[in-house]
Design a protein around this ligand. Structure first.
Ligand code: SF4
Length: 288
């Protein structure tokens, strides 16, 4: 697949700050794909915010010309939630690594997903903590030798796609730094999705997982067939369960439902109109 795009359209989203990621890090491709996806969605820079926590991938806001906040470890989602509720007009994109999001910030994922917060979450999954020098993360494969698992990891890795399906996330997709064109398309679709959209991005850490991580990913990606019914939760589960050991790329699940912002707006409107509330009205309002 090739792209026909005027480079000036997306380069305007990238700041003049030179990334300090290691040469070969998968996060370079994510930065470029995100800028292209922003351009494809014609996102106004003055009305877009990229919120991150701590980690190599969390340096992202500095490399973009949008608004951004490189915040604290594991707390990107609560900060983004506060921003989105107070400024629903702002396009909110959250980004982080597998450790930042699924370990330290793990408790926040379930609630942002079940509430269907209107934001996009990009997780750059490299199966390791890179910034803090190579400790095992929630997605480190069994047997991997890291700075905290000298004899090989003995913990079962988290399947983040299954976790997000279980949390009732309304949009779940997977992309890879090994296929930037596909990644751009997937991120662009996630950004345009009305609700909580999650993209797991396979983004190699060449320093702590070695160059071979690119090869492992390349030889195990499978592209999701067009026939896949992404609107069916059971089909999405079957897809994820049947591809254990492989990396399905594309949209796994997509089922739009009212966002948390929609419900807040409705609540506020009813309150302002002085509508009398009955208990069953509250139940109806919050039914998924
Ligand atoms: Fe990328 Fe790993 Fe280097 Fe961090 S340590 S910048 S994740 S290659």
């Amino acid at each position: 697949m090739t792209e026909t795009r005027d480079p000036a359209e997306f380069k305007k989203y990238i700041s003049s700050l030179k990334p300090i990621w290691c040469p070969g890090c998968g996060d370079y491709a994510v930065l470029t794909s995100l800028a292209k996806a922003m351009a494809d969605n014609s996102l106004p820079m003055e009305n877009t915010a990229v919120i991150t926590g701590i980690g190599c991938s969390s340096r992202l806001p500095g490399y973009l010309n949008t608004y951004g906040f490189n915040s604290i470890h594991g707390r990107a989602i609560p900060i983004a939630t506060g921003l989105k509720i107070s400024r629903p007009d702002v396009k909110v994109i959250v980004a982080g690594g597998d450790g930042d999001m699924f370990a330290i910030g793990g408790g926040h994922m379930a609630h942002a997903a079940r509430r269907n917060m209107d934001m996009t979450l990009l997780v750059m999954d490299n199966n390791i903590y890179g910034l803090t020098k190579g400790q095992a993360s929630p997605t480190t494969p069994i047997g991997s030798k890291t700075s905290t698992t000298s004899y090989g990891s003995i913990s079962t890795p988290l399947n983040t796609l299954k976790a997000m399906l279980g949390y009732n996330c309304s949009f779940i997709a997977q992309a890879s730094s090994t296929d930037p064109v596909h990644m751009t398309k997937t991120i662009a679709e996630a950004i345009s999705y009305p609700g909580f959209s999650y993209v797991n991005i396979l983004s190699p850490c060449v320093t702590y997982r070695g160059n071979e991580q690119y090869q492992i990913i390349k030889s195990n990606v499978v592209y999701i067939e067009e026939a896949h019914n992404a609107g069916d939760h059971v089909e999405a589960w079957k897809l994820v369960c049947s591809s254990e050991g492989k990396y399905p790329l594309g949209v796994i699940y997509r089922d739009p439902r009212p966002t948390y912002g929609d419900k807040v707006k409705e609540l506020r409107g009813n309150a302002e109109a002085g509508k009398e509330w009955k208990l069953e009205d509250v139940g109806k309002l919050f039914a998924a």
